[in-house]
Ligand binder design. Sequence first.
Ligand code: 5GP
Length: 132
Amino acid sequence: MPTIFSRIINGEIPSYKIAEDEHYFAFLDINPIKKGHTLVIPKVETDYIFELDDQTLSGLMLFAKKTGLAIEKAVPCKRIGIAVMGMEVPHAHIHLVPLENEGDLNFKNPKLKFTPEEMNTIAEDIRSNFIL
Ligand code: 5GP
């Protein structure tokens, strides 16, 4: 059974997509802890990030860098925080979270609510700054 993230990659489930290439996909987290909170995933379905082969893992980090640079142009912040947990979805992913202070990277913080229109605008702003 494909993971929810594979179904997003395949377009079976909608997402606020930021970017994709042959191997990677980036999209807004549906329950953001900060405006612009984004997930970056490999298209290959692997649960634990350290089970990815070296090439896929390093490529994932480079794709996350490109995505993070686009986020910081679109969303006011001091820098982009990076987190990997995978406690909920068994498909390796990197969280990119715009930070103003260290407390912003706390996943116990209340989730933010944005309307679909606002999510579309956030995704479009990030997308327009993404350089492949
Ligand atoms: P983790 O597995 O790293 O603990 O958390 C998974 C993350 O994926 C959570 O932040 C959650 O909000 C996000 N997430 C779970 N299901 C979906 C979904 O269907 N669409 C999107 N865009 N994000 C999701």
